[in-house]
Design a binder for this molecule. Structure first.
Ligand code: TSX
Ligand code: MN
Length: 620
């Protein structure tokens, strides 16, 4: 079955999104051609295809992947123009142990990144890459991170031998050959090389998910290059996302005076119609996508989605901090997503979606753990086998994903593609902490806010490897994504504060924790749509309507200032959620101090001052 014609009238939404008007190019820019040709000589692909981002191109690749078994069509009556891909069981997630920052100096990568000398890494990967695309097509994919022509956008080109990667990029970023025109005009661009590392001998039959046991995801920050070998999964292979928009972009941002952050981006509108824009950084498994698509439980409030994963922020000529979402789609974790945790995401996934490593129902729809209870019978699991509920194994892989264009999101802000971005009113940091960290705090000032970001930590859940409940430090939720030394990164955040102070327009910084538990291990705060009650308090702070308690950890709300009308929580319980336990706070400051001191001489003095201030306040 071809299944390339969208059977539902709604399906034209994607066709319109992806059919970006393209300008025919007779000759690509010389520096792009040279780069492509030099890789082609090494990789020896059968042919080279210059991609344009059109719907026709996507349809052809989808047909090709159906014929090779890489993807299977879902039931078009239930999930129009949607497909399931099943990866190799060894290629199911980002591999941090194989991710490298190859800066000239090891000190520049810092203690939280794997490092190898750039020349050694290049030599190693060039050897592995000899003939690595034999029997395959090399696709050349030009893309823009951010609205094309926005002053905040940055361009890139990814070469890849994976049609799955090309189609995923169509959904996730702005793929268009208009970018080649911009590059012809002299724009800088990031060189992204990717191969699955699985050459085909003459006549050899391909497998559904080609990849290699040897994997490298290597970043060369000085030359703005990414070389990725051996994986076709997620951030290992979809290079514009984590590799470019966070690791390489964080270095560009340091050099050029802006910020590339692991943050969602939303517009909040109050019942009075006043608009606020907020970014929020949370480590994985804290519900960033759920927050980005929140359905507020307080009447009159709305949340509009601008992004769920990455924000680029820059100070504009008027001294405002502005943000764009460099992406154009979602690559979200499927398990746990349901009509109760995130109804907007469920609606977003109505069609035009590529699902990877989910389970498939008897009637050809998708299913994953957390979607419904009990699990339907007759499931096909993520490995393509009959699911055995007795086995205890999940039917969907815990890191199963959906890939879908942002325009399908019902809560999307209509001006999401505005090249000017939005002015940020508040920056939120959060983590999963069963105690110690209150429901919400405001930073005393920018530097204290940077300290709050620097001390973000989150308890491990069953979905991650390691001991459940163990506290993992994850400053700014950027530990796996900063392309340079984390100490220098904190210093860069402090310097942005100086720029903002000079312009006189400081966004507020807050810390939240939705995850405090009672003595029986039950979550106390209702979370989800009720988080708007915390956002409402932030707005009251911005408007200057309410006061605070100045605690050792930060500025906490007066209990009466958080609206819990018609929420499943009483005032005493709320008071507990807002309280700071001196013994626990003291232990936490000590733990933060130990972690931060591991950055040694690179730890900025401005951060050390915050530790001193917290200790002094605890002693008072
Ligand atoms: O995403 C979450 N958010 C943010 C939503 C806007 N999650 C899911 C985290 C895993 C990705 C949450 N889980 C949140 C939350 O605010 N809070 C909790 C904890 C919790 C779980 C269940 C209930 C309440 C809190 N209630 C019931 O199950 C009925
Ligand atoms: Mn992320």
């Amino acid at each position: 079955m071809g299944n390339t014609i969208p059977p539902d009238p709604k399906a034209t939404a994607m066709t319109l999104l992806m059919d970006t008007p393209t300008t025919a190019l007779t000759t690509p820019p010389a520096d792009v051609s040279e780069w492509v040709n030099s890789w082609a000589e090494i990789l020896t692909p059968t042919d080279i295809v210059w991609c344009d981002g059109s719907a026709r191109e996507r349809n052809e690749l989808i047909e090709l992947m159906q014929s090779t078994g890489t993807i299977e069509a879902l039931n078009p009556d239930l999930r129009p123009y949607s497909f399931v891909a099943r990866s190799e069981p060894t290629d199911v997630a980002r591999v941090e142990s194989r991710t490298f920052v190859c800066s000239e100096s090891e000190d520049d990568a810092g203690p939280t990144n794997n490092w190898m000398a750039p020349d050694d890494m290049r030599a190693e990967l060039l050897e592995l890459s000899q003939g690595a695309m034999a029997g395959r097509t090399m696709y050349v994919v030009p893309f823009s991170m951010g609205p094309i022509d926005s002053p905040m956008a940055r361009y890139g080109v990814q070469i890849t031998d994976s049609p799955y990667v090309v189609v995923s990029l169509h959904l996730m970023v702005r793929v268009s050959n208009r970018i080649l025109n911009a590059i012809s005009g002299g724009a800088n661009w990031v060189k992204c090389f990717h191969t699955v590392g699985a050459p085909l001998a003459e006549g050899e039959k391909d497998v559904a998910w080609p990849c290699n046991d040897t994997k490298y995801i290597s970043h060369f920050p000085e030359s703005r290059e990414i070389w990725s070998f051996g994986s076709a999964y997620g951030g290992n292979a979809l290079l514009p996302k984590k590799a470019f928009a966070l690791r390489i972009a964080s270095v560009m941002a340091r050099d050029e005076g802006w910020l590339a952050e692991h943050m969602l981006l939303v517009r909040i509108t109050s019942p009075e119609g006043k608009r606020y824009h907020m970014v929020a950084a949370f480590p994985s498994a804290c519900g960033k996508t759920n927050f980005a698509m929140m359905q507020p439980s307080l009447p009159g409030w709305t949340v509009e989605t601008l992004g769920d994963d990455i924000s680029w922020l820059a100070v504009d000529d008027s001294g405002n901090l502005r943000a764009i979402n460099p992406e154009a789609g979602f690559f979200g974790v499927a398990p746990g997503t349901s009509t109760s945790t995130n109804p907007v995401a469920m609606d977003t996934l109505w069609g035009n979606t590529i699902f990877t490593n989910v389970a498939v129902t008897e009637d050809g729809d998708v299913w994953w753990e957390g979607m419904s209870k009990p699990a339907p019978t007759g499931l096909t699991n993520w490995r393509g086998e009959a699911h055995n509920p007795e086995s205890g194994d999940p039917a969907a892989h815990p890191n199963a994903r959906f890939t879908v264009g942002i325009e399908q999101c019902p809560s999307l802000a209509e001006d999401w593609d505005n090249p000017e971005g939005v002015v940020i009113d508040a920056i939120i940091f959060g983590g999963r902490r069963s105690d110690t960290v209150p429901l919400v705090m405001e930073a005393r000032d920018w530097d204290h806010g940077v300290y709050l970001g620097a001390t973000v930590a989150s308890e491990k859940t069953a979905a991650a490897e390691g001991t459940v409940g163990e506290l993992r430090r994850d400053p700014f939720a950027m530990l796996p994504f900063a392309g340079y030394h984390m100490g220098d990164y904190m210093a860069h955040w402090l310097s942005i504060g100086e720029t903002l102070r000079a312009g006189g327009k400081m966004p507020r910084i807050f810390q939240v924790n939705w995850f405090q538990k009672d003595d029986n291990g039950r979550f106390i705060w209702p979370g989800f749509g009720d988080n708007i009650r915390v956002v409402e308090w932030m707005v009251k702070r911005i408007e200057g309507h309410v006061g605070v308690n100045d605690t050792a950890l930060g500025l906490t709300p007066h209990t009466a200032d958080i609206d819990i009308d018609a929420a499943d929580i009483d005032e005493d319980t709320l008071a507990g959620l807002l309280s700071v336990n001196p013994a626990k706070a003291s232990a936490d400051v000590d733990a933060s101090s130990e972690f931060l001191e591991s950055f040694g001489s690179k730890l900025p003095e401005g951060i050390r001052r915050q530790l001193d201030h917290a200790r002094a306040k605890l002693q008072a």
